[in-house]
Design a protein around this ligand. Structure first.
Ligand SMILES: NC(=O)c1ccc[n+]([C@@H]2O[C@H](COP(=O)([O-])OP(=O)(O)OC[C@H]3O[C@@H](n4cnc5c(N)ncnc54)[C@H](O)[C@@H]3O)[C@@H](O)[C@H]2O)c1
Length: 372
């Protein structure tokens, strides 16, 4: 790989889509200003989103060029790096335009990479022909301090061979988004793609393996039933159980509930190997691990922290670390691959698509079925 974007001493960023997450990226990049970054342009057709981003940029003393679409931003030639934080169903077209543009731009694209496996594969194939650009996928849960600590414990061999990965997310319902794009599967890819790609990515990482088949049960049982948009009631599920089998024999299980505001933690992760067990709790930021040999009395409990984080933001500092990591890959000029690549983005979407299909069909769905 040879990243050939000519980077001046200040790395110039553009943000495409400045809704909730785009503005979160803007604030994170401001906290990285001492690392030599500046946001110089934004693209968003929604004037209220533009205005909110402009207000933030003014408070940071960052003059911003504002465009109503990504193509004008690309043509401006102002940016070295682009952050794509638009609704999920727009990622494909925007990514293809960036990748096919004559001027190279490195890209950090929000999860999910795209809403369908076919679109993800097209992006992966197009990017393969552009060795001069880096594409990182925003699967940022890897960077949350308790999750990162648990990854370190697992990869350090402390639990032996991983056999079971259980992830419970119990949280509040989906937030209201610009033009309510997240209320329909056709826009978001479905709940198990839209948000759970984070957890399928983590399962794969903990298991150190690729998925073989997926079984899921889920429904829309509590949330959004009294909402109507253009005459249509939302179709996004609000709870599910998903089982994922991996090619090394390990198993993953997701327990998702989006009407669980009464939960102490939002995410609880349990990884059990043949010699030990580790757990991570978010947002308590607690990690526990122990061995079968030493039993309950030998369980270690620690508070996970990362001194590098200068801004916690909406995701416990993970967006900050994600940017720090991507900036390092950009500055390495091809000497370092993005930490979360396109293949990770593709497979996390494929597991979500298989899970959605499993609910629809009421059977196990082989990953090969959705990948072909
Ligand atoms: N990392 C995370 O955990 C996390 C959290 C929230 C959202 N996200 C992701 O971030 C992305 C954006 O979500 P959000 O919560 O900010 O949504 P949002 O609705 O708050 O903002 C989306 C913005 O994109 C703009 N937009 C729509 N089409 C556009 C286009 N073609 N070009 C440019 N701008 C366009 C909208 O006008 C809006 O301002 C989604 O992919 C979502 O899945 C990730």
């Amino acid at each position: 790989m040879a990243a050939a974007v000519a980077i001046s001493s200040t790395v110039k960023y553009g943000i495409i889509g400045v809704g909730m997450m785009g503005r979160e990226h803007l604030i994170n990049l401001h906290h990285l200003r001492t690392e030599g970054v500046a946001v110089v342009a934004i693209a968003d057709p929604h004037v209220p989103s533009q205005d909110l981003a402009l207000q933030l940029a003014q408070s940071f003393n960052w003059p911003l060029k504002v465009f109503s679409g990504h193509r004008e931003l690309l043509e401006s030639g102002l940016c070295d790096v682009l952050v794509v934080s638009t609704p999920n169903m727009t990622h494909y077209e925007i990514l293809m335009d960036i990748i096919n543009h004559p001027k190279p731009h490195h890209v950090l694209v929000e999860k999910p990479l795209c809403t369908t496996v076919a679109h993800c594969k097209e992006v992966v194939n197009a990017a393969r022909k552009r060795q001069d650009i880096l594409v990182q996928v925003g699967l940022e849960y890897r960077y949350m301090p308790p999750v990162a600590k648990l990854i370190e414990i697992v990869k350090g061999g402390n639990l032996g061979q991983v056999k079971m990965v259980a992830i419970r997310e119990h949280r509040f319902p989906f937030l209201v988004k610009v033009n309510n794009w997240n209320r329909f599967n056709v826009n978001s890819g479905g709940t198990l793609v839209e948000k759970c790609c984070h957890f399928f990515d983590l399962m794969r990482l903990f298991a150190g393996a690729n998925p073989v088949r997926v079984m899921a049960s889920g429904a829309i049982d509590v949330n959004h039933k009294d909402e109507i948009y253009d005459g249509k009631v939302p179709d996004i599920i609000d709870n599910a159980y998903v089982i994922v089998e991996f090619d090394n024999g390990s198993r993953g299980m997701l327990d998702l509930c989006m009407f669980a505001e009464g939960s102490k933690n939002e995410q609880e992760i349990s990884v059990v190997g043949d010699t030990g067990k580790g757990e991570a709790f978010v947002p308590e930021s607690i990690v526990r691990f122990g061995t079968r040999e030493k039993g309950r009395d030998g369980v270690h409990t620690l508070k996970a922290e990362d001194d590098r984080i200068k801004y916690d933001g909406l995701h416990h500092g993970s967006s900050y670390l994600e940017h720090l990591n991507f900036l390092s890959a950009v500055r390495a000029k091809g000497g370092q691959a993005p930490a979360v690549g396109l293949q990770d983005g593709l497979i996390s979407v494929a597991i979500g698509v298989a899970a959605q299909l499993s609910i629809e069909k009421g059977r196990f769905v082989p990953i090969a079925e959705v990948m072909d």
